[in-house]
Design a binder for this molecule. Structure first.
Ligand code: AMP
Ligand code: MN
Ligand code: MN
Ligand code: MN
Length: 275
């Protein structure tokens, strides 16, 4: 059976492996089809494509776009996007610019909470292309502000905490439109991770479908089997194609490995039938 992993990160966003190392690890782990889906940018794709050349691995050009919908941050994965599409790249460029200002604001708020120089320090954990909360988290952990990444998020980087800046990301309609303009398939990433009611999740799906979205990430890394079932039912009910992806960021997180995913429920229509 073909092993698909359609959600992963490299150093071109907040992953810890370079695109080349990510591809090598995916091959080691038995992945046949890998999508590189860095946050709000596609800078890692060309390197990943080069690394996958002359190997059995099929590399899918992807992206994970941050969206603000109904006051909640939602992530959309775009699969098989044309990197040269101007509409997509202009949209992503705007998001990267927004990230620069947001990072400054995060640092300002952390300084008020007694943590100086967070911007310069977080930058040391990031590549030039993207600065995100995980880079701040790594700096904070390594400097003893919390015991691990999870506690650092809880203590500093989420709503109502000192370093939190409410995101003002793309609209749902724009993000789906950029993916479609670039010839890709839009997928709601890790739907179980949003802190929303079942009713609000259904409203999100409805709005997403109206915008032209077709996919739903039914299987994600480190996910409870019951959750997979619930998401499969939702995909079925809303006639969405099912996707699966580990959301791999780093080998340090031993809970999540490339290609190590629960089986796709038999009731699902896999998104790759649309590739
Ligand atoms: P950003 O897009 O800059 O707001 O950062 C979001 C990213 O932070 C996610 O993609 C994860 O990689 C990371 N993240 C968020 N919450 C947590 C958490 N509790 N533990 C570990 N990583 C997290
Ligand atoms: Mn991330
Ligand atoms: Mn995400
Ligand atoms: Mn992700």
């Amino acid at each position: 059976m073909t092993c698909y992993d359609l959600h992963s990160h490299s150093t071109a966003s907040d992953g810890s492996l370079s695109p080349t190392d990510l591809v090598a690890r995916a091959i080691e782990q038995g992945v046949d089809v890998l999508a590189l889906t860095d946050h709000d940018g596609t800078e890692g794709i060309i390197e990943a494509q080069q690394a996958a050349k002359d190997t059995p691995l099929t590399l899918i050009a992807g992206v994970e776009i941050s969206v603000t919908w109904g006051g909640t941050t939602v992530h959309l994965v775009g699969l098989n996007v044309d990197l040269n599409n101007i509409k997509l790249q202009q949209g992503l460029q705007a998001m990267r610019s927004y990230r620069v200002g947001r990072a400054k604001e995060i640092a300002k708020r952390l300084a008020k909470a007694g943590i100086p120089d967070a911007l310069e320090s977080a930058r040391k954990y990031a590549s030039d292309v993207m600065l995100g909360r995980l880079h701040f988290a790594k700096f904070l952990v390594e400097h003893g502000y919390a015991k691990d990444i999870n506690s650092v998020f809880k203590r500093y980087l989420v709503r109502n905490k000192p370093g939190y800046v409410p995101g003002e990301w793309a609209t749902l309609g724009d993000a789906v439109a950029w993916i479609i303009a670039a010839g890709g398939q839009a997928v709601i990433a890790h739907p179980a991770r949003y802190k929303v009611t079942a009713t609000k999740l259904r409203r999100l799906i409805t709005a997403f479908k109206e915008a032209g979205g077709i996919g739903f990430e039914v299987v994600s890394g480190r996910q409870h089997p019951e959750e997979v079932k619930t998401l499969a039912k939702l995909a079925d009910k809303f006639e969405l194609y099912a996707s699966c992806g580990s959301d791999f960021h780093s080998p340090d997180n031993t809970w999540v490995e490339l290609g190590h995913l629960a089986a796709m429920p038999a009731s699902c229509q896999p998104i790759w039938t649309q590739f």
